[in-house]
Structures are given as C-alpha cells and as structure tokens.
Design a protein around this ligand. Sequence first.
Ligand code: ZN
Length: 248
Amino acid sequence: MRHATLYDTHIHLSDPHYADDMEYVLEYMRRTGTAACCVSTNLDDSAATLRLAGDVVLPFVGIHPQFAGEDVEGIRLMAESHKISGIGEIGLDPTYGTDGQVAAFEAQLEIAEEMGLPVSVHSRKSLDAVLDTLTSYQCTASLHWFEGSKRRLRRAGDMGLYVSYGPLAAYAADKRRLASLTRPDRILVETDGPVPFSGCFGHTPAHPAFLPSVVFALAGALGRTYDSMLEALLTNTQAYLGLDDKPV
Ligand SMILES: [Zn+2]
C-alpha cells in the first residue's frame, strides 16, 4: 500500500461501469495520492473486488442487504484466506424486503469483530435498527451515506461511529449542515461510485476525482481550510482502517 493523502472510504470499483476505464481510474488515483475502500455487495462481487485489490485499492468484502439470502460463510472464507481491509457493504434496508437481513448483518459484524476489521454500513431507512444492532458489537464502523436526523447523528457520535459524506455535500446545504454537526474526529468522505450525482456533477457517475469537491464542501461547512480538512480526514481514515503508517 503506497502512501495516500486522500481516501474514498466507499466506492464500488468492481462495478462493470468502471471496467473499460479501470486503468485510467487507477492511474488517476496513483498520481493524485488517492486510495479507495472498494466495497462489495455479494459473493461474486466480493471475488471481483479481491481481484482488483492492489496498491491503491483496499478490498472490502461483504453481502449487501439486497443480497441477504447469500451465504455469509463465503465472506468468512474470503476474509480468512485473503488480505482484506474491511467488511462491507453490509447493513439493513427495508427497500429490499427484510428476509434474512438481520441474520446476514449480524453474522458479518461478528466476522469483523473477530478479525478486528472495520465495516462500511448501509443504513437506508433503517438507521435506528442499525444503531441498535451496532451497540452489541465491538467493531469500528462507518455509516456510509449518512441520512439521519441531528439526534441520530448525535447518537452515532456518542457511539464513536464514523460518518461518511459524499458528493451530495457539494450541492446539498442540508448535508453540509449535518457535516458541520458531526464529530470532527469521526468524519470521512466517499463517492459511492458509480452512483450518479446531479447538481454540479450533471448526473455523472461518481469517480474518485469527485473527492476534492467533497473535501472543499466539508472544509467550508466546518470552517476549516482545505488543507486542514484534508489532514483531519487522513487522520480519521487511518484510524478507521487501523493503519498506523503516516503519509510521506
Ligand atoms: Zn454503496
């Protein structure tokens, strides 16, 4: 792992959208000191993520609530037989029905807890249930694409959870407001690519190149300079990932 100065803490680089451009995406990341937590949504996708793992791609394996019927043991096997950086994207989401979601989420939290790995958590329309579940596990978790109230944000902060903001922060004032109320030592950034973003991004699928815009937006929201925001994000991400190496 080379020294990165900026981390995308949640992106789906194994998505077919990136396949044709992968060389360019990786070259962009290397040249700009960017690294990415490449999250996965099911077993096949986790295997694809492992194939992408490398100097700037940190592999996260996991079963997303949309695929809760898949066998979590497969994730355990991958986690035990490969050098992975975390577990995700896991969580709860009633949009996809609820069959097996709690069991899959809990089983994967257990793997993360046992192996001391960070998790990237999906909590759409389920934040209270996700927070309740996380209270039973000792693992470092990030709430990706946080969409909660100020009260829930406070609860997440009290629980020591990381909260990750994405390209929406560049054009949605309510996201910047939430960011300004987030514990400064728990804030992270992500793109969730290839999700497309509107506003200033013009419905373009997200790319790691969106990150500086997110950092700029957060710096404004938190009343910091760009550089000090970058520095804080780096410190936070290294703590989230359990990395102790310092940037050169
Ligand atoms: Zn995602």
